[in-house]
Write a protein that binds this ligand. Structure first.
Ligand code: PLP
Length: 448
């Protein structure tokens, strides 16, 4: 490992923590008792005190191949020295073209065009703009409305926030985008608690889309956005048949269906994308995170051929889509993504997620009966442990489990509200699955 001047600074606690305003963090609480990760390798982080921390969250649903993989590290280093930056506005460089072709190979058939962004949030806002411009190009410019869903997380741009359905992410920021409505969410503990895999009940919730279409009229609606599996809301799974039903309704009304696969993409559910695992092909698909194994920021929107084709008319000299980012198709991100795809393929990590899923399911579901556990959910290599909220203090019990698992159990998990979310790197070994569940079981028993 190169221990240059900057890497050395990564290994020790910073002299001051005042200036960095941390995102999505209780800053004062964190800075009073920090959790500082210094380095990472394979399934483990090491914190600044030298403790080895098992990664039960793939960082933040990102590092599906585990950390500091040699091929990816080498690709980034070499690319930085070969071509550090090249514009993609009216200019090009080879790697974004090479990467887009590679992505098309693993994408669902018919989704063979790729628009690059730098994050999931930007992928979502880009997809919203593609949807609007697509309808306008076909002469249906009155289709300007979007349908999102309660409990959804689509990032933090004004578009993604507006179609998202998490109250804390919305309420501070004014009226948001006009012309957005929301489907009901599909979390139903009364009927589905402790169901391994997909919920059996709730396919009828897809009919909610018909209700919103009746209210707004299909002719005003551009697109429906859903996460095949909501991650940030605490892992909300689609009831059996639900996504198929959404597809049918969208088709009937000429509405685009968009899957936000920022979390489910790149093997998390045992195929390249949840679209393939569930056998439902959307018109647009937003991705990020696992695209580069989290190593360099990058997002991508996969676009249906028919949608893309709609833009490719008019004078050849006309810019077809007035949108893009300075760093769209950044050479370092492209190199990291290509090395990531090779790692996934060579180690057959998507298949591994399927192979391990039975073991994973049994491990997660073994926590049934632990104190305050009110639901256990799993699919692919995703898991969730939902705890009953403390009276008058929602989120407090979940946060305590998260914090104690880190400090006392040397385990990194993710917490949202009172739900512990799990998404380990796909290279995880069965013994490490046991360890995650044992640490969490012990911690949950310790927390009142
Ligand atoms: N969409 C989904 C489904 C996500 O889970 C996330 C992030 O967790 C995003 C969008 C936003 O991605 P980013 O944080 O890269 O902007």
């Amino acid at each position: 490992r190169a221990e240059g001047e900057y890497a050395r600074q990564s290994l020790q606690a910073p002299a001051s923590m005042e200036a960095f305003w941390m995102p999505f963090t209780a800053n004062r609480q964190f800075k009073a008792r920090p959790r500082l990760l210094a380095s990472a390798q394979g399934m483990y982080y090491r914190d600044v005190e030298g403790r080895q921390i098992l990664d039960g969250a793939a960082g933040l649903w990102c590092c599906n191949a585990g950390h500091a993989r040699e091929r990816i590290v080498g690709a980034i280093q070499q690319q930085a020295a070969t071509l550090d930056f090249a514009p993609t506005f009216q200019m090009g460089s080879p790697l974004p073209f090479v990467l887009a072709e590679r992505l098309a190979e693993i994408a669902p058939p018919g989704l063979q065009h790729v628009f690059f962004t730098n994050s999931g949030s930007e992928a979502v806002d880009s997809a919203m703009k593609i949807a609007l411009a697509y309808h306008r190009a076909r002469g249906e410019g009155q289709r300007t409305k979007f349908i999102g869903r309660e409990k959804a997380y689509h990032g933090v741009g004004f578009g993604g926030m507006s179609i998202g359905g998490l109250p804390n992410n919305r309420k501070w920021f004014g009226p948001l985008l006009a012309g957005v409505d929301h489907l009901r969410h599909t979390l139903d503990l009364q009927r589905n608690a402790f169901t391994p895999g997909l919920p059996k009940h709730g396919v009828e919730l897809a009919e909610d889309l018909e209700r919103l279409i009746a209210l707004h009229d299909a002719s005003t609606i551009a697109a429906v956005f859903v996460e095949p599996i909501s991650g940030s809301a605490g892992v909300v799974l689609p009831p059996e048949g639900y996504l198929q039903r959404l597809r049918e309704i969208c088709d009937r009304h000429g509405i685009l269906l968009v899957f936000d696969e920022v979390i489910t993409g790149f093997g998390r559910v045992g195929k390249a994308f949840a679209a393939q695992r569930f056998g439902v092909t959307p018109d647009l698909m937003t991705t990020a995170k696992g695209l580069t194994n989290g190593s360099v920021p990058m997002g991508a929107v996969f676009v249906a051929d028919a949608v893309h084709e709609t833009f490719m008319h008019g004078p050849p000299g006309a810019i077809e889509f007035f949108h893009g980012y300075t760093y769209s198709g950044h050479p370092l991100a492209c190199a990291a993504a290509l090395a990531t795809l090779d790692t996934y393929a060579e180690e057959q990590l998507f298949e591994r997620a399927i192979e391990l899923a039975g073991h994973w399911e049994r491990a997660i579901q073994s926590l049934k009966g632990a104190p305050n556990v009110i639901d256990l959910r799993n699919f692919g290599l995703i898991g969730a442990i939902e705890l009953a909220p403390r009276e008058g203090a929602p989120g407090a019990r979940g946060y305590e489990v998260f914090e104690r698992a880190f400090h006392e159990g040397d385990l990194l998990v993710r917490v949202t509200g009172d739900t512990i979310a799990l998404s380990p790197p796909l290279i995880i070994e069965p013994a490490q699955i046991e360890r995650i569940v044992n640490v969490l079981g012990e911690t949950i028993r310790k927390v009142e």
